[in-house]
Ligand binder design. Structure first.
Ligand code: IVH
Length: 718
């Protein structure tokens, strides 16, 4: 993390020359990220990291105005970049909706409403509206004296992103409202992309070599959240108005009349909205809309019912984050039949053989599906995880007509197979017992805990297996491991195939070999002198790395980020850790006991670690690697003197001096355990502004609650 530290070096301490260099670096780095984001639609850093770069640039420019560059990022992105993703706190929270799935859930909803209001049948019909639930993203538009002031996404419901410049490019969103309009108006609705526009956009993106969007919702979200509003303007977004937030005056008495007024102000409202007087009528509308769904030209995922009278809405109010007066009746997950063309076996980093269904492409819920995971060989046979039959015990055969289901963003599943359509000669699938990548035996081990055979068959080829080796390398350079920019899956495959990088250490000798003209990266297809230099820089920047990341990067089975952190903290340095892992192979010795005594590390993890270190070829690779890379020792803080050592701490509310991750790391550094929920076992709650139920619970249980500043004071004395 030294690179990060350097990057965040306190701006006040920089010399003029350092600041000049820093601004140059930021200008080129931000320009590169802009290019990836806007032109390739393939950003390589998170929005938060990107924002941090821009903020640092702005802070440096504020301190050294004389150094502002001609090509400064703050001058470049046309439309108010600093504002692009600033935050807006909603004056009235943006809520979500409770869901109904069955007709009876809708009857229950209406019954609940009636009971709550004591609205008995003698009082007549209870009017409820029904309208499509648009599958897009919600947006709140604030108008003052009829003029659009800002547009904010829903965010977490309390605070959203300021996307005003982008919203202004959407033609369904009026800049100025027409007619008699209250002083303050907040109209809310859904931004979405129509099917035809989505197809055309994807065709265009593909033709330009960019990535395509999986579905119209993602396309709408990606387009609205562009930093450059010119890009948003080029994307065909639409908007339906259906709700409101802060209003200086409510101009109607019912839901339906409100949206009709929105229409008179210049908004587009959904033409299918209807006022109903009984549950049966609501269900009729639901089924009619469901039938029309495929021909609407945009995605919807259900029907929303709302109590029509606003005075009743007011009385009904909210339960936690959803109104009592509305509910979303969702459509069942979409299903479609298609042909199972093939079953392909992929080999993962740990040697797991995963079968993947290659399907005749079919559209389900607006997404073209051509692959579906088949999990393991039992799954293909019709046996579930618990040994019980799935799909009525029907197996899957190549050539079968299968039914696939896709619900929301969930990966598609094969839920059924039509046996009537199975051809006579169709043979049961024979799962390979040899690895398709290297030919080594692939075996199912016995699960130590359950005594049952593991559902996963694994290649025993280890490092001689090219699939395992490349998957390991991809893991090694991945974001939460070494995070080497410019070394993506494609490059790893190509370098491996050409023998340039066969093991992690080879990455770090690339530059030397290149200098000796052994590799000549710049002569490779798609590579030039600049990209080669950038890659070497990215690699060199990682020659120092935190011990936990280093351990995680090794891709040892069962050692994820969490366990890697536990190990790093327990052993402190690479030398101590690796010696201990080698020694722990002797299960009668102290090293094994120590390893198992680490809170959070169980025997399965301990076994995986000692087995990994017992393999000579793994040790040889590690020796080569630590000649190139120096894992940083874990900063030792004498937790015995720490006032929070051994305590269980909960952070709640918004923290202002550190991120959640930082808070967690800090607490752990001082020997505390961090928990996500408050219970009797909690020792301390650190509460920032807007703390809610956790704070309340802590108070009820009489647990000590302190502020974020008090937390710093207590653990660091500052
Ligand atoms: S009403 C207080 N009406 O669904 C409730 N929401 O699950 C305000 N949505 O965040 C929402 N179509 O993004 C409402 N016709 C519609 C809707 C709709 C889509 C979305 C909206 C909301 C989510 C809740």
């Amino acid at each position: 993390m030294s690179e990060n530290l350097d990057q965040n070096a306190d701006i006040d301490t920089l010399t003029l020359e350092q600041a000049r260099g820093e601004l140059e670096r930021l200008a080129s780095e931000i320009a590169e990220h802009d290019r990836r984001y806007h032109q390739e639609d393939a950003p390589t850093i998170s929005d938060a990291d990107y924002d941090a770069l821009r903020l640092r640039n702005a802070a440096l420019e504020a301190r050294f105005p004389e150094l502002v560059r001609e090509d400064s990022p703050s001058a470049r992105v046309g439309a108010a970049p600093s504002e692009a993703f600033s935050k807006i706190t909603h004056k009235v929270a943006m809520l979500s909706l409770d869901n109904a799935f069955k007709d009876d859930d809708v009857r229950d909803f209406v019954g609940r409403v009636r009971r709550f209001l004591k609205y008995d049948p003698l009082m007549g019909a209870l009017a409820v509206t029904a309208e499509p639930k648009i599958d897009g993203l919600s947006l709140s538009l604030r108008y003052e004296r009829g003029k659009l002031i800002y547009a904010a996404t829903r965010g977490d419901g309390t605070t959203g992103e300021n996307v005003t410049a982008n919203a202004r490019t959407i033609s369904d969103i009026p800049q100025v409202l027409t007619g008699a309009v209250p002083e303050v108006v907040e109209v809310r609705g859904e931004v979405y992309m129509a099917h035809a526009d989505f197809q055309a956009l994807n065709t265009r993106m593909a033709a330009n070599g960019g990535k395509v969007f999986a579905n119209p919702r993602n396309a709408a979200a990606g387009s609205l959240r562009q930093l450059n509003s010119d890009i948003t303007a080029s994307r065909p977004l639409k908007f339906f108005a259906y709700a409101w937030g802060d209003m200086s005056e409510i101009p109607a008495k019912t839901q339906l009349d409100m949206v009709r007024i929105f229409e008179s102000w210049g908004f587009v409202i959904n033409p299918l909205m209807k006022r109903c007087e009984s549950v049966e009528e609501l269900l009729e509308v639901y089924h009619r809309i469901e039938e029309e769904r495929a021909t609407l030209g945009y995605d919807i995922d259900g029907v929303v019912y709302k109590v029509d009278r606003l005075d009743l809405q007011q009385r009904l109010g909210f339960v936690s984050r959803s109104p009592r007066w509305a509910i979303a009746h969702k459509f069942p997950a979409e299903k479609a039949f298609t042909i199972l063309n093939d079953i392909e076996i992929q080999v993962g980093r740990t040697g797991a053989l995963t079968p993947v269904a290659k399907l005749e492409p079919v559209t389900v819920g607006g997404v073209v599906v051509s692959n579906a995971t088949l999990h393991n060989e039992d799954y293909i046979k019709g046996i579930g995880q618990d040994g019980e039959p799935i799909r009525g015990g029907k197996d899957l055969r190549v050539g079968d007509t299968v039914q696939i289901q896709r619900a929301g963003d969930v990966i598609p599943q094969i839920v059924d197979v039509d046996l009537a359509k199975r051809s006579e000669g169709a043979e049961a699938f024979v799962f390979p017992t040899l690895c398709p990548a290297c030919g080594s035996h692939a075996v199912r081990e016995e699960n130590a805990k359950s005594g049952r055979m593991d559902a996963i068959r694994r290649c025993t080829g280890g490092l001689i297996c090219p699939a395992q080796a490349t998957e390991k390398l991809k893991h090694f350079v991945s974001r939460n491991a070494f995070d080497i920019e410019g070394l993506g899956d494609k490059q790893v495959d190509a370098f491996y195939q050409d023998g340039l990088v066969m093991a992690p250490a080879d990455i770090f000798t690339l530059e030397d070999r290149d200098k000796q003209a052994l590799t000549k990266l710049r002569n490779r297809e798609g590579w030039g002198a600049v990209s080669a230099r950038n890659l070497f820089e990215a690699i060199n920047a990682r020659r120092n790395i935190d011990l936990n990341r280093f351990i995680f990067a090794l891709g040892i089975r069962h050692v994820g980020e969490g366990n890697a952190k536990l190990l790093a903290r327990a052993y402190g340095s690479w030398g101590v850790f690796s010696d201990a892992m080698i020694a722990a192979h002797d299960k009668g010795g102290d090293a094994w006991t120590d390893l198992n005594n680490i809170d959070g590390i169980g025997t399965i993890v301990a076994d995986a670690l000692t087995e990994f270190f017992a393999e000579e070829h793994n040790r040889a690779q590690l020796d080569a690697l630590v000649k190139e890379v120096s894992p940083r020792d874990v900063e030792k803080i004498d937790a015995s003197g720490s006032p929070v050592a051994g305590k269980t701490v909960v952070f709640t509310g918004s923290l202002e001096r550190m991120t959640r991750d930082e808070a967690k790391a800090m607490a752990e550094r001082y020997g505390a355990k961090v928990s996500g929920s408050v219970s009797k076992k909690t020792d301390l709650v650190v509460a920032g502004p807007k703390a809610g139920s956790k704070l309340k619970k802590a108070e009820e249980l009489g647990i000590e609650v302190i502020s974020e500043d008090a937390w710093f004071e207590r653990v660091e004395g500052s």
